[in-house]
Structures are given as C-alpha cells and as structure tokens.
Design a protein around this ligand. Sequence first.
Ligand SMILES: [Zn+2]
Length: 288
Amino acid sequence: MFHVASRRALAAAVFSVSLASAAPAAAINLFSVQQDAQVGRQAAQDAERQLPMLRDGTTEGYVNAIVQRLAAVAPGPRFAYRARVVNTSDINAFALPGGYVYVNRGLIESVRNEGELAGVLAHEMAHVAQRHGTSQASKAYGAQIGVGLLGQVLGGRDHRLGIGEQILGNLGLSALFMKFSRNAESEADRVGAQMMARAGYDPMAMASFFDLLASKQRGNPSAVSQFFSDHPSPQNRSASIRAQAAQLGGGRVTQVGGLQTVQARLDQMPAASRRQAMSRTASRLRRR
Ligand SMILES: [Zn+2]
C-alpha cells in the first residue's frame, strides 16, 4: 500500500517515535484508511459478541441522528460512522477504527441534555477521525519488533499480507482497545469541540459533561471508575474545553430532540448489567 521511499521514511519515523514517547498523537500510522475500516469492523464484531448489546431501535436511532450531524462536519477520511448502545450502567463510551462508536446505556441515562451526549460522541468520533486507534497499534508494533525488523516489514518482504493484518496478527485485536495517550485525549477534546460548534451544538456542553462526571465521581465512584481508567481526569479537561469553547463562539444551537423520551423508555427496561464491559472485552481479546 505504501511506496518504497515512504516505507523507509515510515521506518525512520517509527524509530524516532520509539525514542521520543511524547511525540504528537497522530505521528505515525502504518495502516491505510481502508484498513482502519477493515480492522475496525473485525474488532467491532468481536466486541459485540462479548458485550451485552441494547438492541433498541428508538435509542439507537436517536444516538445515530446525533452521530450523523457530527459525521457531516468531521475532519479526515469519510468513515461510515455509526453508534451502538451497550446495555451496561457504568458511564462510558468508546470507539473503534473506521467509525464504530459504542455508548453505554448508563451514559445516555445520566446526561442532562443532548449537548452533553453529543460532546461524548464528538470526542469518540474525533479519535476515529484522527485515526488514534491504528496509530497507537502502529507505535506498539514498532516498539515490539524493533526498527530492523520493521524495516523489512515496511520493505514489503511479505506481499501476501497487508501491514495492518501483520500488525494485528502480531499484537492481537486488543491493540485496538489500548488506552490512548494524553496527547491523543487532548486532541480528541479539541477536535470534538470544533465538530460540535460546526454541527450546531454548544461546545460548552462537552465541558459540562466533564463537570457532571466529576460530581458523579464524588457521589457514586463505581459508576464512573471505568471512565477514569480509560480517560484523563475531567477537571483539567473541563477547563481547557471551556477556554476553547469561548473562542469558538456560540453559533445557533439546534437539536435532534427526544432525549427525555429515550430516557423514559430506558427507565422502563430491565436493569442494565453492571459489568465493566470494555475492560473485560479487552482482556478477553488479549488472551487469544
Ligand atoms: Zn478519549
């Protein structure tokens, strides 16, 4: 997929990344855009086999209506973004390469307005748009096999397999569930806030979601413990998003509408599972 010259450049880039771990979030990616969609689909199928999925058309329809508004203004490749709802009560969300976004039922039940939900979705979609998942897997692969071997792989010794398949064959699908770097998280906040402003949401709502998390952490720490193990502390993030939102300015805010209806509907359903879905999935995938 890569030309020989750029493969050498990539090998050199991976080498410098392994020397400087504080490199920018999207410094290197050995996957093609098409491979992001392929490996994301594979990981999504695996995840959905193991997670308790809430298959409710009304809830999914509402969440996806927000996703489509944000997708229309997302930077980067035109991924086919779509969201599914996981039937767990803990407040969390995650995304896989290629546009597969997962939001927990507990998060939809907790948000105070559509903007807060849009803020979480925008943050996750920004990870996808900036291709953080495959970028992270690329870095891990470079660190594991070393620069010499990586040069051979990038030099195309094995033409039958794509580089993405080789990397995942080596690291396993769990490489796509790794915790993102702090740089990647700040970038997702920044890009997500921009997407919100462009899509007609107030980016301040993303900051207000982090305030909500901070208050939940004081009142019911177990509901948000997984979120805090996956993401940096919300206090600092809230402050920097507020500063950025003030710069982006307030445009006309519009909504899909219907959050209260969806929340009332979820309230009538049997209780959600309490298990810490994402970490369990990642550790199961890792054992393969
Ligand atoms: Zn994140």
